[in-house]
Design a protein around this ligand. Sequence first.
Ligand code: FAD
Ligand code: SF4
Length: 433
Amino acid sequence: MGSTVPPLSPEKFAKAFADIHPAFEPQAATVEATRCLFCFDAPCTVACPTHIDVPRFIKKISTRNLRGSAMTILESNILGLSCSRVCPVDVLCEGACVMHGYNKQPIEIGRLQRHAMDYFYSHNPSLPAAKKAAAGHVACIGAGPASLACAAELRRRGFAVTIIDKNPLAGGLNTYGIAEYKFRPSDSKKEVDLVRSMGVEFRLGTEANIESLQHEFNAIFIGVGLGSTHRLNIPGETLPEVVDALKFIASYKTSSIRVGRRVIIIGAGNTAIDAATAAHRLGAEEVHIIYRREQDEMPAFDYEYQLALLDNVEFHWHTQPVRIHGTSAVESIECVRVDKNLAPIPNSNFTIPCEMVIPSIGQTRLVDFLSRCKGVELRNGCVVVNPETGQTANPKYFAGGDCVNGGREVVDAVAAGKRAAAGIAKSLEANHG
Ligand SMILES: Cc1cc2nc3c(=O)[nH]c(=O)nc-3n(C[C@H](O)[C@H](O)[C@H](O)COP(=O)(O)OP(=O)(O)OC[C@H]3O[C@@H](n4cnc5c(N)ncnc54)[C@H](O)[C@@H]3O)c2cc1C
Ligand code: SF4
């Protein structure tokens, strides 16, 4: 690689990726909990896709019953720890808090949830065993949030469950994708271990062979998420320093990586912002985001955009990459300005010197794999399901998470996994009388 920045020492890495929202001190958590109005028909609970009973768990924090509070959270959301750290709370529970109507700060639901979950995981985390064994063995393909939630709910109902994932570590994007200053692989492992402790079997490092799984299991949950980043289709993109945003993020989170001194990110979604802030924290001196539309159309949440600005990321609106220059290594990127209709503006080409380019223009769909799931209907590369049960057009297959919704949030994947587990349970119980 051309001019790169050496990997950070473990101490510098920990400092650069320190928690973005530090945990509450115990006293502060109790004080914040007592601010809650414990609303009847609480809008925060309605706004949460997993419908955590927010006033109930906050009430338990106010009486310092932290294990009880965590159990309330886990009843609705087995990934209560990750969701407390990664959920976009301002557009979900905290966005719905009645305090806004009184011109007051919303209750810090996310941090309170983290307070209860941190207590749970540091005090011998365990859950009550399933009450009865039920007839049926279910395969969950993928070990991301959707499958973990589906598997946990099925175990609660007594079914045997095996999770299969091609990656060596379970957790899906909770392990490999979420920005390190929000959630670390070691935290993701805690949640995976909790699901394992419920009796779920894991086959990791194993690409799912759908034909053989079909014979081995009574029902199959598809929770495979999405594929790699779309290609740019411009000259120069095969140079070694052109790195898919997802691979870049997974590499820095699970091993050490050298970033270019000057890094270009293409795209302006939440993943692009995560790649940009990571490049900055890993030591890049300049980080540019190139986006072909205007600021208002940027898919990233405003909160994420603000994070990028704080990390000195420079945004180039109405700009499209044309070619990446370099013979054996990336040297610069050539761009063109585009108008509102994305038509190139004549004579507006310019180049930005750089040593690394990170495309982040959305994820592909896993159409090859999904097409092998016989009878499963696809629309735009996503699995079509009954929204109530997660069941596909083939009654043996259920699905949920990013491979169904096209890419949303962790909490949506958890809600879908849980819903599908109820659908699978109903279908297996009907088959076994
Ligand atoms: C960079 C990035 C940052 C994000 N940040 C946030 C955030 O801050 N907050 C938030 O709420 N959401 C965030 N999201 C979205 C969130 O991570 C996803 O919505 C969620 O992980 C989807 O869960 P899932 O289980 O459907 O898929 P995934 O988490 O993608 O898990 C799918 C799993 O299936 C496995 N798999 C795929 N194909 C096969 C196969 N053939 N055989 C075996 N295994 C297979 C994969 O290895 C993977 O482990 C982010 C997403 C990205 C890409
Ligand atoms: S809406 Fe706000 S005040 Fe009401 S229960 Fe939820 S967190 Fe508490």
